[in-house]
Design a protein around this ligand. Structure first.
Ligand code: WT7
Length: 653
């Protein structure tokens, strides 16, 4: 980590919400000033007051922040609560008949589920889990399509104090196996299949393949029938969801857990080969998901909130499975791809269900922008009042298209910076209280001490000077540890600046108004379509192929995906002439798909006799990045052991 970027981006436009939006907003400028002042005066007390206000505690807490085991922090750790109770039970008397979930499947089937129904379904399934032997603290893997049952499964785990780990349905059997084994999960909840991209994804088949490879901890597999495709059921191990819930009682006393009890583990990529299991708490996590629903999304009783993220990502945890329900909102869940049957699908869903708040990733915005304005213009988008983005920097051009063509210039856009590790939005606009700028995630939220430091850990005050994004004070929804690898937790997030700051791994600058502009990662992590992938992870997958001797993976800018995956491969056999071998490239791409998942397939593979290395054997990645972009090499290459290889890599020899 040693880059400092002086940014050249110079975006000056600012936008403010309409007076109508501001009048109705939960947080206006005056309220925001009060929040900021309270947070500045008493950081812990600020978060303590919010935790009292927004969470229904079974046993009230007295403790606020506990730093005794720094850099391990805990919050409210003498309090007891249940997250599912906070998402469901507490709404029953006031909103029992309100729609909690509007679901639309990819084939077009729709369902509405009220809070009372959802509560009942969660209780029934929680009892089924208990009946299958799941106890407080047990790990449960959820490998499901984007259907209400995925949320029901997560909520049911929360209800009985089981720790869920959701694995994105697009991950391969191999990835699933790694996560099952790392968590030593007792139960896997999956489905026969899910509808995606016009076809069916065979989840149970992948789960079977994972279980065939090991996974000795797994006792039971619960299978929801979504696509009614044929599945093989292993006697004694596998049970259909409908059979598992048969005769289960409709009420289930919540398991009251300590505020620090792990709610879930979610794997995310880092600098090394294996993804890390980010462990989140119950009380602190819940609090930030609630306050950000209110501050950033301005969630109100008559809203229809749609976050397009899959439950397999953190966004689908905080803004599908927990935040919307904890705030008693109506949310939409959509099973499919944005382009099925055509690129108008998202806009049709917005129209048909009168979506008011729409939250998606820049990659989706860019892809839909490319498809042309005829698609959005064919639908009535007048219900929309607020738009959001997450996952990667949004380029001003895509921001303006979103603003004009989707928001009709009347919807504020909240560009939300956060991470799997932060649990909830950290740097984001409060739309009724401040101006936005295209491409900036704006300012840190109240109580979030985000800042920028140089290589030595000194705060950078100078505007537009790039540095490392750090968080200077603990916040309730912060990562607690890396499951099974606490050392990695300390090294990855704290060691860089002697445990003083949480290090996010992003490069960022602040402009003259203090607005934050994210400029990319400082580590070997790629952001492909808003998803984090470790270059090492992809390299390990490539090297596992019998024909591959060595591999180096870098990112290259991509118009729609943000970053594309570029792999340099040294074979165990003769290098193909011209450095290209389409047949083998096809094979390696599908190999990586099997090892990790389709999102990790390299976009380009170039074959070489060797990789550019220093005399000590370190691969010079920055040179590989330059070549992948097709740029001329201007750096000094004299320290290379094999300078001549550069010509070959550039296709010059
Ligand atoms: C990384 C975290 C948080 C949910 C989705 C991704 C990048 C995230 C933004 C944004 C610029 C962003 C960062 C961050 N990122 N949001 N609004 N602007 N970059 O979660 O997989 O944990 O990835 O995504 O690089 O570190 P994740």
């Amino acid at each position: 980590m040693s880059t400092t970027i002086d940014s050249t981006l110079n975006e000056k436009r600012t936008f403010t919400a309409s007076s109508d939006f501001i009048t109705k907003a939960t947080v206006n400028a005056e309220k925001l000033a009060i929040l900021r002042k309270a947070a500045a005066e008493d950081h812990e007390g600020f978060w303590g007051d919010l935790a009292k206000e927004h969470i229904s505690w079974h046993k009230p807490f007295a403790a606020l922040l506990n730093s005794n085991r720094a850099p391990h922090y805990s919050w409210y750790d003498d309090g007891e609560l249940n997250v599912s109770y906070n998402c469901l039970d507490r709404h029953l008397s006031t909103r029992g008949d309100k729609t909690a979930i509007i679901f639309e499947g990819e084939p077009g089937d729709t369902t509405h589920i009220t809070y009372s129904e959802l509560h009942k379904n969660v209780c029934v399934f929680a009892n089924a889990l208990k009946n299958q032997g799941v106890k407080k603290g047990d790990r449960v893997i959820i490998y499901m399509p984007m259907i209400p049952e995925a949320v029901i499964a997560m909520q049911a785990c929360a209800r009985i104090g089981a720790i869920h780990s959701v694995v994105f349905g697009g991950f391969s059997a191999e990835s699933l196996k790694d996560r099952i084994e790392d968590t030593a999960a007792k139960i896997v909840i999956t489905a026969d299949g899910g509808n995606r991209g016009g076809g069916v994804i065979d989840l149970k088949k992948a789960a079977d393949a994972a279980l065939d490879k090991g996974c000795a901890s797994v006792e039971k597999v619960i299978v929801y029938q979504r696509t009614n495709t044929d599945v093989t059921m292993q006697t004694g191990r596998d049970i259909f969801w409908n059979d598992a819930i048969e005769g289960m009682p409709e009420s289930c006393e919540p398991e009251w857990v300590n505020s620090e009890h792990p709610l879930f583990i979610l794997y995310t990529s880092g600098s090394t080969g294996k993804p890390k299991g980010i462990q989140h708490s119950s009380g602190g996590y819940l609090l930030n998901s609630i306050v950000t629903m209110q501050w950033v999304f301005d969630i109100q009783d008559n809203d229809v909130f749609w976050c397009t993220a899959d439950v397999g990502w953190i966004t689908g945890h905080s803004y599908v499975a927990y935040g919307p329900l904890a705030t008693g909102a109506t949310m939409l869940m959509f099973e499919g791809a944005p382009t099925v049957p055509d690129a108008g699908r998202f806009w049709k869903v917005c129209q048909d269900h009168k979506v008011t708040i729409f939250y998606t990733a820049p990659t989706a915005i860019r892809a839909l922008m490319k498809a042309g304005d005829d698609f959005p213009n064919a639908y009535n988008l007048s219900s929309l009042r607020l738009l959001g983005t997450v996952g990667e920097p949004i380029n001003p051009e895509a921001w303006m298209w979103y603003h004009r063509t989707i928001g009709k210039e009347k919807c504020p856009i909240v560009d939300t910076w956060w991470q799997t590790e932060t649990g909830a939005h950290m740097i984001a606009p409060i739309p009724g209280a401040m101006a936005t700028k295209p491409g900036s995630c704006t300012l840190p939220l109240p109580g979030i001490a985000a800042d920028i430091v140089d290589n030595d850990g000194n705060i950078i005050d100078e505007p537009n000077k790039g540095g490392f994004l750090v968080i200077k004070k603990p916040w309730p929804s912060m990562v607690r540890t890396v499951w099974g690898d606490d050392d990695r937790y300390q090294k990855t997030y704290w060691a860089e600046f002697d445990n003083k700051y949480y290090v996010a791994g992003d490069n960022v600058r602040k402009d003259e108004d203090g607005y934050f502009w994210i400029m990319g990662r400082t580590d070997d992590v790629l952001n492909v379509s808003g998803h984090r992938l470790g270059t090492m992870e992809i390299e390990s997958a490539l090297v596992a192929h019998p024909r591959v001797a060595e591999a180096a993976v870098v990112g290259r800018p991509h118009e729609v995906k943000g970053e594309a995956i570029f792999a340099y491969v040294v074979l165990r056999e003769e290098r193909p002439e011209s450095g290209i071998n389409e047949e083998l490239t096809k094979e390696l791409r599908s190999w990586v798909g099997e090892q990790i998942g389709a999102i990790a397939k390299p976009d380009d593979i170039r074959y070489a006799d060797n990789l550019p290395k220093t005399r000590s054997g370190k691969i010079m990645r920055r040179l590989l990045k330059v070549i992948a972009r097709g740029d001329e090499i201007t750096q000094d290459t004299s320290t290379l052991e094999n300078e001549a290889i550069l010509d070959q890599l550039q296709g010059k020899s």
